[in-house]
Each structure stands twice: as C-alpha cells, then as structure tokens.
Design a protein around this ligand. Structure first.
Ligand code: SAH
Length: 214
C-alpha cells in the first residue's frame, strides 16, 4: 500500500471512530505525517498509533490528535498555546485551523527539528520556544485555546490562568504510570467548567529545566 492509500484508510478509520469535524479531518489529510517521523519507520506514518521520535518521546496516535483538535473547537481567529511540541505534527494541524500558534518544547533537539519541518511545510504562523511549558508563555497571554500534549498529574493552574474568558483548554490529566483522561476546561465569566473526556496514555509533563539533547 502507498502512503497516500494508507492515509485515505486512516481518514476513513478516524471517521468510523467518531471524528465528525470535517475541518479537522481536512487538516489531517493535508498534513504529511511522514515528515514528522524518523526515516526508518516512515512506512508506518499512517498507522493509527503513537511512534517514537527520539529523546524518549512519541508522536501521538492520529486518533488522539484528531480527538483533541476536535475538542478544542478551533476557528481561524484563535490564538493557540501548545505545550509539548514533540515532532511538531499536532502543531502543524493546529496551524491549519487557527490564526497563530505558540508552541513550547523542553527538549532543544526536538524543538529544532520541529522548527525545520515548519519551514519545509511553509507554516509561518507558528512561534517556537525551548523551555518549561508548564509555566505557559505569559508575554503572549491570554490565549483563546491551550492544548497540552503531555500528561499532567494535577490540574495545571498556571496554564488555566493564561486562558481568555470564553477560552478552552484541552489537557491529559492523571498518574504517570496509569490511565490519564483528557479534560476540557472552558473559562466563563465565573470560573472554569471541567469536562472529563477520553482515557489516554501520554508521556509525562516534566516540570524542570530544559534538556539540551536526548
Ligand atoms: N504533540 C506531539 C507529542 C509529543 S509527546 C507530537 O505530535 O509529536 C510530548 C512532548 O512534551 C515531548 O516532546 C516532551 O519532551 C514534551 N514535554 C514534556 N514536558 C514538557 C514541559 N514541561 N514543557 C515543554 N514540553 C514538555
């Protein structure tokens, strides 16, 4: 099967699994996942599973990327903050649906590789930063949307504070060695409305100084 054929099969599978937002499916269709995957395993690019990307990290499963993106309810006016750039795949999808994306990664090597991919794909609305994303990006706050692609043990209060009123944050929360759940928080005039969504397994959100290499 060619990569194009396996991509079409993946889109059909995502639809069957309940991803109904055609803008999200379109963004996935227009984003070449093979660009974000190490050469020896590119042939698995459109398998519906997480894959290793170096530095002990993974590119998320396409279903989870689609699910979280759909849960964010993006539109082209949104200013988005992403924590955990990783390969940059989720970032590229966000950039196709939002006005501007700010993304933070603690591994310098991954952040640099992702930055190269954004250039290669002509994605010019993405700003990257190397650092501890659990502190957010205060100079650019507030954000209309925040997505965290690593698992937090607790509700990330510092990030919630950087959400605009009417804004939405999607984040996996739970123990590092167990099942986490995707939560969605919507900020209202009066506070935050939490919803518990999908059970998932993510690499941990590490709250410490930046790593220079693997
Ligand atoms: N969205 C990514 C998934 C990457 S896995 C993709 O599509 O490829 C999660 C990433 O979060 C890892 O690269 C990890 O290094 C990063 N990460 C973990 N804790 C972090 C923190 N505190 N700040 C920034 N990045 C963090």
């Amino acid at each position: 099967m060619t990569l194009d054929e396996s991509k079409i099969r993946l889109i059909m599978e995502l639809r069957r699994e309940g991803i109904a937002d055609s803008a999200v499916l379109g963004a996935i269709e227009r984003t070449p996942r093979e660009i974000f995957i190490p050469t020896p395993i590119k042939t698995f690019a459109y398998d519906n599973r997480a894959l290793p990307i170096g530095a002990g990290q993974t590119i998320s499963q396409p279903y989870v990327v689609a699910y979280m993106t759909q849960a964010l309810k993006l539109d082209d006016r949104c200013k988005v903050l992403e924590i955990g750039t990783g390969s940059g795949y989720q970032t590229a999808i966000l950039a196709k649906l939002a006005r501007r994306v700010y993304t933070i990664e603690r591994h310098k090597s991954l952040a640099e590789e992702a930055g190269e991919r954004f250039k290669e794909l002509d994605l010019h609305t993405i700003s990257t930063r190397v650092g501890d994303g659990s502190k957010g990006w205060p100079e650019q706050a507030p954000f209309d949307r925040i997505i965290v692609t690593a698992a937090s043990e607790d509700v990330p209060e510092t990030l919630l504070e950087q959400l605009a009123v009417g804004g939405i944050m999607v984040v996996p929360i739970g123990p590092q060695d167990g099942t986490q759940h995707i939560y969605r928080f919507t900020r209202t005039e009066h506070g935050f409305e939490p919803e518990k969504l999908l059970p998932v397994r993510f690499v941990p959100l590490v709250e410490s100084e930046v790593r220079d290499s693997a």
